[in-house]
Design a protein around this ligand. Sequence first.
Ligand SMILES: Cc1cc2nc3c(=O)[nH]c(=O)nc-3n(C[C@H](O)[C@H](O)[C@H](O)COP(=O)(O)OP(=O)(O)OC[C@H]3O[C@@H](n4cnc5c(N)ncnc54)[C@H](O)[C@@H]3O)c2cc1C
Ligand SMILES: *[C@@H]1O[C@H](CO)[C@@H](O)[C@H](O)[C@H]1NC(C)=O
Ligand SMILES: *[C@@H]1O[C@H](CO)[C@@H](O)[C@H](O)[C@H]1NC(C)=O
Ligand SMILES: *[C@@H]1O[C@H](CO)[C@@H](O)[C@H](O)[C@H]1NC(C)=O
Ligand SMILES: *[C@@H]1O[C@H](CO)[C@@H](O)[C@H](O)[C@H]1NC(C)=O
Length: 499
Amino acid sequence: MLLTTAIVALAGLWQLPVDAIPSPSFDITSLLSQKSNNWAEGTVISFPNSPTFVNSTTRWNTYDEPTYLAAVSPATEADVAKVVKLASAFNVPFLATGGRHGYTTTLGNLQKGLAIDLGQFKSYSIDKAAGTLTVGGATTLHDFQDALYEAGYMIQSGSISCPGYVGVTIGSGVGRFQGVFGLVADALVSARLVTADGRVVEVSKTQNPDLFWGIRGAGANLGVITSATYQAHKLVNQGQMLNADLIFPANKSKEYFDVLGSLSGKMPEKLAVITLVVYDPVAQAAQIIANWVYIGPKDEGLRVLAPVLALNPSVSNIQVVPWNKLVTVAAFGADALLCPRNQSHNTYWTTLRNLSSSTFQTTFEKVNTFYKQYPDGRATTLNLETFPNQATLAVPDDSSPYPWRDALGHFQIGISTTSNNAANDPTAQAGDLLARQLRDGLAATSGYPELTVYVNYAHGDEKLRQKYGERKLPRLVGLKKKWDPRNVFRFNNDLPTQL
Ligand SMILES: Cc1cc2nc3c(=O)[nH]c(=O)nc-3n(C[C@H](O)[C@H](O)[C@H](O)COP(=O)(O)OP(=O)(O)OC[C@H]3O[C@@H](n4cnc5c(N)ncnc54)[C@H](O)[C@@H]3O)c2cc1C
Ligand SMILES: *[C@@H]1O[C@H](CO)[C@@H](O)[C@H](O)[C@H]1NC(C)=O
Ligand SMILES: *[C@@H]1O[C@H](CO)[C@@H](O)[C@H](O)[C@H]1NC(C)=O
Ligand SMILES: *[C@@H]1O[C@H](CO)[C@@H](O)[C@H](O)[C@H]1NC(C)=O
Ligand SMILES: *[C@@H]1O[C@H](CO)[C@@H](O)[C@H](O)[C@H]1NC(C)=O
């Protein structure tokens, strides 16, 4: 493999403190191209507009995205450490990326930076005897789910196949299996992590336990994970589950949300519901696409689903699927629509521990009105994830940073417009305003004293305590001070080094 030697004349210099600039001729090209770097064979350095650069930097979301003067795609863990050390030493702002599905707007604070693309860390291995799964820093559920199922195991995950599994984990990882297995981070056993000063450390219950605590909820602030090992679970119900995809027109929304709201505080542990609201061009109105999953036998699941099925959905597709096919099948195959990159999503979420049917209905009606008033905003969607919390709550609160173990749901408003949310577009502006109002309304009946948000779902404008939880902040801030005192990992809802 060759070291990329594309020498591209770059106009911009990094914004460095004067004393950090090694010489007047310092620029990104020369810093990365120094012979003394001695990059491993296979490590690729690329510059804007080259196909390799595009391939290593194109993100899921273009709204408030970071920009880069160069990308490094290390082939080895030693090169990840080397580039972090180099970037830290020269105050080069950088972002390490896995699946590139992060959409918090704070990522856009990185402009003309360096991308550390972990795209070459996409492997996985399964220890069949121990039931453990080890993945690379950019491996996705899509990469390993079939092999894990074949090996006789299953594991908790996010609800679609394409985000980085480590990226999901280090926020905590919410998903359909929360009632039976807990958060994705709850399955983490150990990780290998590159620290802010460019050292490689092992992290587990016994090795650097403080860091092990911190990466299971605030990991993007603390280091770059090259590999992570998880404890998988023996297949439950032979790994088979009930998947029901249902469509309800606008005139059934109230009854639908009444059924959903009736689950507040008593959601069965094997049930998981995702409710999407999208525009229906035939009815010219909002409609509900509901995905109800039961992680158990079909007949048992049908009994649990009876109240929603009794509403006579206009379309109903009910099937039994193995867990490794669930995310691609669910919601009529929404995964294929949700995964593609390079689109603009202006996203706001609220975390809920109370499921308020009347607030859901109000939210639905307001979006329905928005669709009518703003034809250019009809790609806007609502996404209400309601997951049980039995297994999540069974893990002690102080075992990880995640502050919302009692949550029963997360409500997303995703503004998409034909202009790709252009700043001067009235539809995008009206959508942004609406989304903030809806978020406030949802927060008011969320059952939490104020707006709360799961950090990996954060818009980025929320207060620190609303993302990390007041009671978790002192410990997190201490960790930040110890492991990243100069805040080099600062582009994802960054923690301060003192309160
Ligand atoms: C369509 C979609 C569906 C989603 N569904 C879910 C869901 O069901 N459940 C859920 O919990 N979340 C979900 N998410 C949110 C997801 O958890 C975050 O977007 C997460 O940050 C994505 O990680 P990534 O590696 O793909 O993204 P990136 O943009 O590559 O990274 C996001 C952040 O994580 C850091 N990071 C990524 N990999 C590493 C690593 N190996 N070491 C250190 N830092 C790293 C990056 O530096 C960055 O700060 C979803 C996101 C999208 C876009
Ligand atoms: C894009 O990147 C992926 C992983 O990083 C790699 O497997 C693929 O070959 C790359 N494609 C191109 C065209 O460079
Ligand atoms: C509800 O809406 C659907 C789809 O638009 C329509 O077919 C149906 O007739 C409506 N039902 C009532 C009772 O208005
Ligand atoms: C991303 O979309 C923009 C238009 O919105 C387009 O100009 C650009 O080429 C796309 N990039 C990729 C990698 O597809
Ligand atoms: C929870 O939702 C119910 C049903 O809509 C509502 O009556 C109640 O006020 C909400 N609770 C809180 C604490 O907001």
